[in-house]
Design a binder for this molecule. Structure first.
Ligand SMILES: CC(C)(COP(=O)(O)OP(=O)(O)OC[C@H]1O[C@@H](n2cnc3c(N)ncnc32)[C@H](O)[C@@H]1OP(=O)(O)O)[C@@H](O)C(=O)NCCC(=O)NCCS
Length: 154
């Protein structure tokens, strides 16, 4: 039984890419390429990792746009899902956003992604829109739900 201690959240560096990619590939049906992550670092986006000991278990990617933060990716290794890692990453991100005076956090989620939608709903995100056929999907295309979470400053 793995430890259920809360993970430590730390910024990810380019050197972490080799251990981040297996999580991305295992977590998403349509994973980002290494190049996309490189571009995120290059663009100054915020990449944070959840660690137990020195083990990377999950990560988040945020694009800051003026007083909005856009959560572009949130992924937890399937071997440790449902242990509170996603919740820890999201709570950390919202806390950082709050401290930075950010007005709102935005994200898109697949219509079929119930686990993620439940996680976001539990952290105060509300659906404010829908992008039809936004994502590729095994059977064709799939809608994205647009969610936002307003913060104190907003
Ligand atoms: C969505 C994801 C990040 C959740 O991470 P996680 O570490 O497994 O989630 P947690 O253990 O912190 O769960 C927090 C809450 O999320 C919801 N949740 C998580 N997994 C769930 C599941 N399989 N079914 C239903 N609800 C789920 C629950 O509300 C849960 O709270 P609870 O355990 O008290 O019921 C993870 O499933 C994942 O990486 N999925 C693949 C990538 C992905 O879809 N990312 C989101 C893109 S928008």
């Amino acid at each position: 039984m793995p430890s259920l201690d809360p993970p430590v959240i730390l910024p990810l560096e380019r050197e972490d890419l080799p251990r981040l990619m297996p999580i991305e590939r295992a977590g998403h049906v349509y994973p980002w390429s290494e190049r996309v992550f490189q571009d995120c670092w290059q663009s100054g986006y915020y990449l944070d990792g959840a660690f137990r000991a020195n083990d990377l278990l999950g990560f988040s990617v945020v694009m800051p746009v003026l007083d909005e933060w856009h959560l572009l990716n949130l992924c937890v290794s399937p071997r440790v899902q449902r242990q509170g890692i996603g919740r820890s990453l999201l709570a950390y991100l919202l806390d950082q956003a709050e401290k930075a005076g950010v007005g709102s956090v935005w994200l898109e989620v697949r219509q079929s992604n119930d686990p993620a939608q439940q996680l976001y709903a539990a952290h105060g995100f509300e659906q404010v829109g829908r992008r039809r056929d936004y994502y590729p999907a095994p059977g064709g295309r799939e809608d994205a739900l647009v969610l936002t979470r307003r913060l104190q400053a907003g």
